[in-house]
Design a binder for this molecule. Structure first.
Ligand code: HAM
Length: 528
């Protein structure tokens, strides 16, 4: 027998299976309910967006955008290549004035268009379709002119010909072949895009939105780091930049973790100021010059970052760079007065809410859109990938994406890491919410089967979990299976029970049996 090829989930992706998915659901339900108490509503943006959106929001030089995105060129490659050839040929035609060359090029163009539309492969893009129509019109015009020219044995009106071909060329050139799209590496950019697209600035401000869903980054997989991973995130957009908002957003994450009984969490905060010469820009210039002085002692990544993004050097985890980085100037000493005041107020607001934090001047985050408040939360049991939440303020982002000037702050929790940490710390005792009683219906006989089907329907309608075996089996076998599945009760239905109208319920843990009429049975189980 030919061996069947074995398919496996792609590296860095995985299947989430029961019973673990019950824990995922519990975590997500907790997020829905905690975030609702803070006035947040759910948003579900698409999973892919134009690559340009992430490049602009997250930053072209960041690892996320420059190395880790899953990017696709939309459209059929062959068609796009053919299209480019067509455009260049159209341009060539315009430059020629020999009729026979026109003719040859036109027959080429004709073949191309035929190829393009054959087998009902009409381009699905409206723009392409319009252009094709224009090209076809031009060709028939040129063709007619050629025939006419021949027939009259004179010259065709080359000016007019030129104009028509030029029109086609302009139309062809307006097509942007190969638009790039990317699987989202994060969702803040999408939420801002949606805020602009749906004119949310017209709604009461701020808009408080949260999302739960998969993100994609082509990182090296390891414990707590996947290529498809899940985030639970929230964003506050519009309104004012009051420090109370920063603090409340952080308080909300901490409340959520607290509700889940996530132990060993540590919150670190920082302020990276705003992009001005008397604030972050000034500091970065100073940092850069300080880094140049110690460049030789730094690793290749940090050396590159001196040029591309000096702040990110502070993020380095390399052992031998630590003592060098510790001696660098601290951003807190170079913040402008407004940013300093804002940061001090955020700290006060956190204290007011009883949120414990530690300041970390090296917390700069790996995305370009941040300003002022940045924060990260670590959890236990995660090894090196212990950041379970990251966030911060990003006041310029909506404007950068083409919207009105808008304040913004938010965070994203790594759900995979959150789950890992819960599993490590709480193990088998994990509370996964209310579990309904579980009844296995052991039936025998045709009459009993009809009653069993009805009983299953009634019990399920009352929220009770029911396993109804699809085929008949002896009571002994049925009870064995019920235990194996972990049922609490077996409802025994034979033809006798059905005739008498009293049903037997066996408690599997201790083997005791009780007899019930149908309505009493429902009452009994509902109270479980
Ligand atoms: P981030 O720090 O890139 O921020 O990601 C947030 C969290 O997502 C991380 O702390 C981590 O728990 C989780 N995470 C990131 N990459 C992976 C991965 N490869 N595997 C598993 N978990 C991962 C953002 O994404 C920002 N959009 C957060 C934000 C929202 N800032 C403002 N609003």
């Amino acid at each position: 027998m030919a061996s069947k090829s074995k398919f496996q989930a792609i590296r860095g992706t995985r299947d989430l299976l029961p019973p673990e998915t019950a824990l995922w659901n519990h975590v997500e339900e907790t997020a829905h309910s905690v975030f609702a108490t803070f006035g947040f509503g759910e948003i579900r943006p698409p999973i892919f967006e134009p690559t340009e959106l992430f490049a602009r929001a997250v930053g072209g030089e960041t690892d996320i955008v420059s190395k880790e995105m899953y990017t696709f060129v939309v459209g059929d490659f062959d068609r796009l290549i053919a299209w480019r050839e067509f455009v260049s040929n159209t341009n060539k035609i315009r430059d020629l004035d020999e009729l026979d060359i026109y003719e040859r090029s036109l027959s080429y163009l004709h073949r191309f268009v035929q190829e393009f539309v054959k087998n009902g492969h009409l381009p699905d893009d409206d723009q392409i379709r319009t252009t094709l129509a224009a090209v076809q019109k031009t060709m028939s015009f040129v063709g007619a002119a050629l025939i006419e020219g021949r027939r009259s044995n004179g010259l065709v009106n080359l000016d007019e010909l030129d104009r028509e071909v030029e029109n086609a060329a302009i139309a062809a050139g307006s097509i942007r072949p190969g638009e790039q799209i990317s699987l989202r590496p994060e969702a803040t950019a999408s939420v801002c895009r949606a805020y602009i697209e749906h004119n949310m600035q017209q709604l009461p401000q701020p808009q408080k939105l949260y999302y739960i869903g998969p993100m994609f980054r082509r990182e090296r997989p390891q414990k707590g780091r996947y290529r498809q991973f899940y985030q639970i995130g929230a964003e506050v957009l519009g309104g004012v930049d009051a420090p109370a908002i920063d603090a409340e957003v952080i308080e909300m994450v901490m409340t959520f973790f607290d509700r889940l009984k996530l132990p060993g969490i540590h919150l670190e905060i920082n302020s990276i100021g705003h992009a001005a010469d008397n604030c972050r820009r000034g500091y970065v210039a100073l940092l850069k010059s300080e880094l140049e002085k110690v460049k030789d002692k730094l690793g290749a990544d940090s050396q590159r970052r001196i040029e591309t993004n000096p702040l990110r050097v502070l993020d380095s985890k390399l052992e031998h760079e630590q003592s060098i980085i510790e001696k660098l100037p601290h951003i807190a000493d170079y913040l402008c007065d407004d940013c300093k005041t804002h940061y001090a107020a955020v700290k006060r607001e956190l204290e007011l809410r009883g949120v414990f934090y530690k300041e970390n001047w090296r917390l700069v985050r790996g995305l370009d859109y941040y300003m002022r408040t940045t924060f990260e939360i670590t959890a236990q049991g995660l090894g090196s990938q212990n950041a379970v939440c990251g966030g911060g303020r990003y006041d310029g982002l909506v404007e950068l994406l083409g919207g009105p000037p808008t304040k913004g702050i938010g965070f994203a929790i790594g759900e995979d890491r959150l789950i890992l940490s819960l599993q490590e710390s709480q193990g088998a005792s994990l509370a996964t919410g209310h579990r309904p009683p579980f009844v296995y219906i052991a039936w025998m006989g045709a009459n009993a089967y009809a009653t069993a089907v009805r009983a299953a329907k009634d019990l399920r309608a009352a929220g009770i979990r029911v396993e109804l075996p699809p085929t008949e089996s002896k009571f002994g076998k049925a009870l064995e299976r019920a235990s194996k599945l972990g049922a609490q009760y077996a409802l025994i239905l034979g033809d006798n029970e059905v005739a008498e109208g009293t049903w037997t319920l066996k408690t599997l843990a201790d083997g005791t049996q009780q007899k019930f009429t149908e309505p009493h049975l429902l009452d009994f189980l509902k109270k479980m």
